[in-house]
Design a protein around this ligand. Structure first.
Ligand code: WT7
Length: 663
């Protein structure tokens, strides 16, 4: 343990603490919470009186009828704003038009192709979005879709994806968005699990200059399940598609069929009516449908968007989250939370390195992006591609940077801070999950001093702890289970069709609390450090280690670009450490470097963390969302065949390569 602690002390030394940047808040129009004292005070109050706190937050939404009871909590079931009715689409779109802001930009979109070097850009105002949403909602009704029917959406990153989601919300039909990078089998699984009769798709989606044949994938899925009765197709790529009369309909035909104004009022939804279903991978092979409801989700995503990103209307902001709407990040922080705040949300269709590795930075410059939210894996790619790409662009519009999805290694954090943020933008490292709906542990910009690699402190109303299985808090700097003691408005309401899995996964590990599946520790300041999924924690000779901690150490070596560490069976230690490493051109794969890396890790963390096996590889196997496939690596490290679900594998050749490289 002492080895680990000494490395922690170095990470926590004062010179790694970045003071808050009030200037950044000021240049965004002001910070919503302006001092650490007010955060601590408000946090204490919000946790002591969650009902009072969340009731006040909920007043910022429009309700058709007010709630009677703020919260009913019978573990594991939470119900928020009981008796209240509202509509998510109304709160994201209509109310802004009603209050005279219809001419303001709601969605800014940039397509991937750059014909003649010029990007394809669209600006949609709230009034335009409203008009399209009404038309599409009416069209859905025309196809027989109504309240409670689950609508599957499998599209590229085009404004119509957001419009489709909002149209579903308008009529009370929960959407189930499937990431456009998933396979047709994934569509079959999800459509069947949700019993969804309609799929909204595109003829194709642009990705790295090529067309992803979305409609073909839906056609193939429809051959393998009898559930799909309607397919609505948006024309995006002029990609030739097969057509089945009676089943398939063009988006543009549906939109134009009505003469004159189309009527389709927002359906008053019960606060606890399902807003959407989103499938996510669990520890078993089969993805589970996470259910989110309307009132609590809207309250929570609106408030977190506002405070974490300092979103303010009327302040010339341009917010850009680079995630795909196919993930929870896109649901909460491209669409619902952001639009509820009446700030323009930017959507980009394609790859970060198309046509050149500077694409993101050219978008930042062109649209004067103020808040930028991305994933550590992307940041590491940018680091690898080189500083010259961001250097070509004026990034001075940026005021705030965010990260999400995985722990950010301090090296990537520093690079982001220095090269993208010019050492003036606060970085919000937001820890949360598909299941939590919104940010749970995050710095508040302009307020929270940050330490690279820590997601810092819980959001308002969040009672997060690091504990043992009985729910007893563990002492500072020791690892434990990350759990949330009390309910929050946007918590998942269940796993669709699988009550037992809901209970087993989230409410059976830690007595009486929501268990996140992650391990973490808190430092002496109370800051949280996510160690990774619990199944990524390895116990080496009785010492607990985070695989991500070892990775971070490896990556801090000048020859290493990326590293993945997993446990492997070890005769003497119980679990040994296997490291898969990709190298910089300067790194010479071989025994000498292996020795150097082991020493480097020993130096960074302690001798206990020295990898038992290091394997050099050209690339790491990742899911299409960019997550390293640790399960696969564990199997490879153990010399076993992978038996799990690999439908999310980005590149099978990577896997083949790893197998060929056996030591
Ligand atoms: C898991 C949830 C939340 C949207 C994207 C991922 C990991 C997420 C962080 C962070 C360390 C993080 C956790 C979590 N994670 N954010 N800032 N620092 N780890 O959503 O696919 O539901 O994954 O991602 O392990 O449990 P998700």
């Amino acid at each position: 343990m002492s080895d680990q602690q000494s490395s922690f002390d170095s990470v926590l030394s004062e010179d790694r603490v970045f003071p808050p940047s009030p200037d950044a808040g000021a240049s965004l129009g002001g910070a919503w919470i302006d001092s650490m004292e007010s955060y601590r005070d408000l946090h204490a109050k919000s946790v002591a009186d969650p009902e009072g706190f969340w009731a006040a937050a909920a007043e910022d939404l429009d309700w058709f009828s007010h709630w009677d009871t703020v919260l009913e909590w019978n573990l594991p079931d939470a119900r928020w704003f009981i008796g209240g009715t509202l509509n998510a689409c109304w709160n994201c779109v209509d109310r802004h038009v009603e209050s005279g802001h219809g001419d303001e930009v709601a969605i800014v979109w940039e397509g991937e192709p750059m014909p003649g070097g010029e990007p394809d850009v669209r600006h949609l105002t709230y009034a335009e979005v409203q008009d399209k949403v009404i038309r599409f909602a009416a069209a859905l009704k025309g196809l027989g879709i109504g309240k409670g029917d689950i609508v599957t959406i499998y599209m590229g990153m085009v404004p119509e994806l957001a419009i489709a989601c909002l149209a579903c919300a308008r009529i009370g039909a929960p959407h189930s968005v499937i990431f456009g990078g998933f396979s047709s089998q994934a569509i079959v699984d999800r459509v069947e699990d949700a019993d969804s009769r309609i799929v909204i798709t595109c003829d194709g989606a642009w990705r790295r200059g090529l067309i992803v044949p979305l409609k073909d994938n839906v056609d193939e899925a429809a051959r393998n399940t009898d559930r799909i009765e309607h397919v609505v197709v948006l024309k995006r790529c002029e990609n030739e598609v097969q057509w089945i009369d009676g089943r398939d309909a063009w988006w543009h035909d549906l939109m134009e069929s009505g003469d004159g104004p189309v009527e389709c009022p927002c359906e008053p939804m019960d606060s606890e009516d399902m807003l959407f279903l989103l499938y996510t991978s669990g520890s078993t092979g089969k993805p589970k449908g996470i259910m989110h409801t309307t009132g609590g989700y809207m309250v929570y995503t609106m408030l977190t968007s506002r405070y974490t990103f300092n979103l303010r209307p009327d302040c010339d902001q341009m917010y850009w989250c680079t995630a795909d709407v196919g993930w929870i990040t896109g649901h909460s922080y491209i669409i619902y939370g952001v639009m509820a705040n009446r700030v323009p949300t930017l959507m980009y269709e394609g790859a970060p390195n198309h046509p050149e590795p500077d694409r993101f930075w050219s978008i930042v410059e062109r649209h004067k992006v103020t808040q930028f939210y991305t994933a550590p894996t992307a940041i590491r790619a940018f680091m690898k591609w080189g500083d010259e790409h961001p250097a070509k662009h004026d990034l001075s519009s940026l005021k705030l940077l965010g990260t999400v999805g995985e722990p950010i290694n301090p090296e990537a954090w520093m690079w982001y801070h220095r090269v993208i943020g010019s050492q003036r933008c606060p970085i919000v490292d937001t820890w949360w999950q598909t299941e939590t709906g919104g940010h749970m542990i995050t710095p508040l910009p302009a307020v929270t001093p940050t330490v690279p690699g820590s997601c810092t402190l819980p959001f308002l109303g969040i009672d997060a702890i690091v504990c043992d299985e009985r729910g007893n808090e563990v002492p500072p700097n020791s690892g434990g289970l990350l759990a949330i003691r009390t309910p929050w408005p946007s918590m998942l309401r269940g796993v669709y069709g699988d009550r037992q899995r809901f209970i087993d996964t989230y409410f059976s590990t830690v007595d009486g609390m929501y268990f996140a599946g992650d391990s973490a520790r808190r430092d002496d300041r109370g800051y949280f450090w996510i160690m990774g999924r619990v199944d990524d924690v390895i116990n080496v000779s009785g010492h607990r280690l985070g695989t991500m901690e070892v990775e971070s150490a490896l990556v801090s070596h000048s020859s290493v670009v990326e590293a993945a560490v997993v446990g492997m069976p070890h005769e003497i230690k119980g679990t040994g450490i296997a490291a898969f490493v990709t190298l910089d051109p300067s790194g010479e794969p071989g025994d000498e470097l292996k020795v150097a890396l082991r020493e480097h890790v020993a130096k960074e963390i302690g001798a206990i963390a020295k990898p038992d096996m290091i394997r050099f590889t050209d690339a790491l196997p990742k899911t299409r969302s960019g997550k390293i496939m640790r399960r696969l690596l564990r199997d490879i490290a153990a010399g076993a065949e992978s038996t799990g679900d690999v439908t999310t594998l980005e590149d099978f050749s990577v896997l083949a390569k790893l197998r060929d490289d056996e030591e």
